[in-house]
Design a protein around this ligand. Structure first.
Ligand code: NAD
Length: 421
């Protein structure tokens, strides 16, 4: 039987022994990759005995690739991800020169990984700055290919910038550039297709997992044709494609204006009782406040690239910091998915055994879930919770916890394996 994961009729087919390409990563990548793989292997064995097993295949990127191949992102690496669909990566240093702004962005754009999925949940025992971290359970769908992050920027003073500025002023009649001679420019493309595929993925995810709501987070009050359009396209898509599976705030407002508030409240209550996904929207700044004050009101979040970047780190901080929060770059259509630690290469602690492997490990757990190997994923979740509850932690959390036991990266991974019941 082939070891290649594939897509058939829109469905992911994962063999019992899939080859999973992995990029070790720079800096602490070396410290956290092997211990994380050890935990994942142990969980798979615990769940499925010898009937399932991951075949790890190292592929190069970052500094290691540059030393061995003379480039930070060799074609073989991209080919391996294309061949096997699913992969995992440690953090990578952003290379200077070579025309690449960021290896992560290059991977996302080349493989068109349009969703950046960041689940945010709290593990019992992990120190948190909020009073009730257990109320935080959100799943952020951040658009990964568009918005101001598309990298279309022009630096003040450069020839192209002057041409662009003159076009805006002379051809488009723009008169609102406050300081035209010294302005830089950035372009924010937000498309209907790009918004729809992201919001569709968020809605399908919520429906499959019986989650209560999808919230569209945007600054459409100010940026009407980009962020405002994202919201409107989202409501259109939810109502047109998902019909009776959802109930939107736009429908609520319509009933309210036609038949009054009581009828609208009743329709909402009926929709909740029927298990429909409630689709709503919130302005980004209000969301940052609301998610702190009323986190239980939010479940799946669908948002654009820049908003998603800010929101992800705030929510991660609420459950104990980005050191333990995982992420995944996914194209649900082609099946391509790269799971990753969300922190950087932490050069200040690389090689010291102090790194916390939880972010990479939890991204591996997301990978198991994506593969449909949920029993193995549950084993890791349970064992991690058990380990944190016993206050066995790495140095980043040790400093914030009374009565904790300090473990090195590999000791922490071994402790999780020991706690796999
Ligand atoms: P960083 O995340 O590497 O480090 C910030 C702080 O957090 C440091 O004090 C570090 O010691 C600590 N830290 C990070 N991960 C940790 C872990 N797992 N366990 C314990 N402590 C941890 O951010 P930075 O210093 O801004 O960036 C360093 C490099 O990483 C840069 O080259 C940057 O471009 C790159 N980077 C890569 C990614 C990625 O590949 N996904 C993400 C962010 C930054």
């Amino acid at each position: 039987m082939s070891n290649k994961t594939r897509i058939e009729n829109g469905k992911l087919i994962v063999p019992d022994q899939p080859v999973i390409p992995y990029i070790e990563g720079d800096g602490i990548g070396k410290d956290i990759m092997l211990p994380s793989q050890k935990v994942i292997d142990a969980a798979v064995e615990k769940a499925y005995g010898k009937s399932k097993k991951i075949i790890w295949k190292e592929v190069l990127a970052g500094e290691k690739a540059f030393i061995e191949k003379g480039t930070h992102l060799p074609d073989e690496t991209l080919d391996a991800f294309r061949e096997h669909l699913i992969g995992i990566k440690g953090p990578l240093t952003t290379p200077i020169g070579e025309g690449i702004r960021s290896l992560n962005v290059a991977l996302r754009q080349t493989l068109d990984l349009f969703v950046y999925l960041r689940p945010v949940r709290w593990f019992k025992g992990v120190p948190s700055p909020v009073r009730y971290p257990s109320l935080v359970d959100m799943h952020i769908f951040r658009e990964n290919t568009e918005d101001i992050y598309a990298g279309i920027e022009y630096m003040a003073g450069e020839e192209k910038t002057k041409k662009f500025r003159d076009f805006l002023i002379n051809e488009m009649g723009v008169s609102k550039i406050r300081f035209p001679e010294t302005s830089s420019f950035g372009i924010k493309p937000v498309s209907k297709e790009g918004s729809e595929r992201l919001i569709r993925a968020a809605l399908e995810y919520a429906i499959q997992r019986n989650l209560p709501s999808v919230t569209l987070v945007h600054k459409g009050n100010i940026m009407k044709f980009t962020e405002g359009a994202f919201k409107n396209w989202g409501y259109d898509l939810a109502e047109n494609e998902f019909g009776k599976q959802v109930f939107t705030w736009r429908q609520f407002e319509k009933i309210k204006s036609e038949r009054g508030k009581m009828d609208a409240e009743k329709a909402l209550a009926d929709a909740k009782k029927a298990g429909k996904v409630i689709v709503k929207d919130v302005i980004t700044d209000a969301f940052l406040q609301e998610s702190l004050l009323r986190p239980f009101d939010y479940s799946v979040i669908a948002t654009m690239n820049l908003n998603g970047d800010y929101i992800s780190d705030q929510l991660a901080a609420m459950v104990g910091g980005i050191g333990i929060s995982p992420g995944a770059n996914i194209n649900y259509k082609s099946g391509y998915a790269i799971f990753e630690a969300t922190h950087g290469t932490a050069p200040n602690i690389a090689g010291t055994g102090q790194a916390n492997p939880s972010s990479l490990l939890l991204s591996g757990v997301m990978m198991l879930e994506y593969m449909g190997w949920d029993v193995a994923a549950e084993h890791v979740y349970d064992a991690m919770e058990h380990t944190f509850s016993k206050r066995f932690v790495t140095s980043d959390l040790y400093a914030q916890m009374d009565g904790a036991t300090l473990l090195s990266t590999s000791e922490f991974a071994d402790e999780i394996i020991k706690n796999m019941h």
